[in-house]
Write a protein that binds this ligand. Sequence first.
Ligand code: SF4
Ligand code: SF4
Length: 720
Amino acid sequence: MIPTRETFGNIPHESVIVFYCLTVVTMAVFANGVWRRYRLWRQGVPISVAQLLAGNLREIWSKLRPGVGRLLEEGLGQARVRGRGLPSFAHIWLFVGFMVLLLGTTLLEIDHLASGAFQALKFHKGTYYVVYEFTLDVFGLLFLAGCLLFLWRRTRRPPSVGHRGTDWYVILSFLAIGITGYLAEGLRIVWQHPTGIAAHCSPVGLVVSGLFSSMTKSGASSAHLTVWWIHSMLVFGFIASLPYTRLFHTIAGPLNLFFAQPVLGRMVPVTMEEVEKTERIGVSAINHFNQQQLLSLDACMECGRCEEACPAFATEKPLSPKRVVQNLKGLMETRSPKSETRKKAEIRDPNQPAQPRLPFRTSVFGFLSGFGFRVSDFPLRALHEETIQLETLWSCTTCSACARVCPVRLDPVTLITDMRRNRLGEGALSGTAATALRRMQSSGNPWGLPASDRANWAEGIGAPTVKENPNFELLYWVGCAGSYDRRAQRVAKAVVKLLKQACVNFAILGNEERCTGDSARRLGDEFLFQELAQANIATLAKYNVRRILTHCPHCMNSLRKDYPQFGGNYTVVHHTEFLEQLLAEGRLLVPEGGPREEAMTYHDPCYLARVNGIHEAPRNVLTMPPGGRAKPPAFGLREMPRGREKTFCCGAGGGRMWMEEEPQKRVCTLRAKEALATGATTIAVACPFCLTMITDGVAAQTESTQIMDVAEILAARLKL
Ligand code: SF4
Ligand code: SF4
């Protein structure tokens, strides 16, 4: 006999009709929930989906491919969920089990509909049936295991993980669906009494059927019908409530993975025309975010990874990226048409779509939304100060740790910098950072020192300017710190010595160089940044610069990612990459018997390692063996627990370099502690900001550890 079973075996015809009626109702509730969320996202500045679908098939595919790749790798492949022990296992098991069960149920329904029309189309039989039943049986266990792990985790409630009453509903309904599924299967086996392979292809169901072995066939049949209905109602309830619970991330998450802006460290420019049109700069109301940003708020499942990675949160500053996202989400849900901010936004920007009509909580499904989302937590709030505090915005170092760890590619950094732009435009930045911005504007550097002194550091060391060496091949971009800060000047001098030793044909801009404007842009002063960038781009064009070397990761990131937005396209290398290349080519050679510091650790700068993915080059330079790369490394670095792309910020990024910090709450102190815990007597860095901050952090704890740039260490090894 060919092994198979009826999809609705033992289910009376009337029950099947009721089942399909309930399916329609469930899907309607589900669709209504999704539509309501979609209307909330539509408040935002439109994103151009139509542009994605413009052009011929090849062009369309080239635009869609990155998003599809992220969906496959990070959605289906769970790439960003992996690597965190039990929570990762719990999510992956539950996800894989759920997807297999969903696929199985869909196939079952297709078979039912197909064979209902034409019996010959029935495929749920024979070998397919055996493989199908076995697979679903096993993956059902994986699903239950994932649920149990989540249940256990929720009872422990790590502080970084958000928790709501509905989370219990979600997990318990998942568990109940899994358990009733197995019970229904066990009872089916009892009343149907399959034999041979048809009985054994559902091993878990077979074991469960043992619980009911004393039942008569008719008793098992009745019990099966009851359990089948309970199981179906649980599934209906789960599907209907999905848009109203944390589980909505299963829809918003993949959508955000598809639409997200995937480049860390890149900011969207603002034009004067936009400001004139909207009469504002940056984001001052929730509908000033774009639609993808609003969608991303719904993708957040409050896993807390961003909070755990955030240096501001770790040092008790009033910033948690998770909270920022959740507070903005709460504000989005209030849809406060009567609030002052909202009214202003509507008057100023008549092109924005109108607000949805009814308050969410008064809708037919309000009880569900109140159950799932904290709709009424944020009645008629303004964005700034009432929802997001000024101190919260200025606390961010734009280190991108939060964006890097988020499983659904939420980008709190951009949310924060967009809001900063508005606050800065409204004159809300004061103190030392505001002074630094004023100095950048007046003198072209944050110290406010004369532009004519910019190249004083280079006197007598033979660093030619572009005028002195017009045929240069490489421009050395020194940056403000290298030019004016006494400690960072020693790094610039070391770089020059190494370049000269390797006979590199280079030049510096000298007094014609200006601040790149990185800090200005990340603090929110977009137009100061643009002014500085345009001046620099004009200077670089005057000398036909194409290749730039810099020892500052912030300058590098700005030249690489900001400047092309204004027509400045260059090949920009960090000095650690360039030095690695010179060593590999044999143009620099580490001598035998030179000084070397084996008790050494290396601090990865955020803008170098995480934002631009450069972490091996500095390590290779530091550990280069005498005679060249063919030999094993000269020694092993003492690695800190958080390194490479998972590095921990020094506290200076995002313009924080120019702000005061409470001594007990300094990010650099925390990072210096981690570095000192390795037992290193030398801490290597590759960024002038890190050099300052880690030096400060170490000085507060010990005097016996030296902090040196990679270039200084190499120059010392080469006895230069
Ligand atoms: S923003 Fe991302 S990392 Fe942070 S809590 Fe939400 S989902 Fe998790
Ligand atoms: S960019 Fe860094 S400091 Fe800012 S919120 Fe994210 S993790 Fe925190």
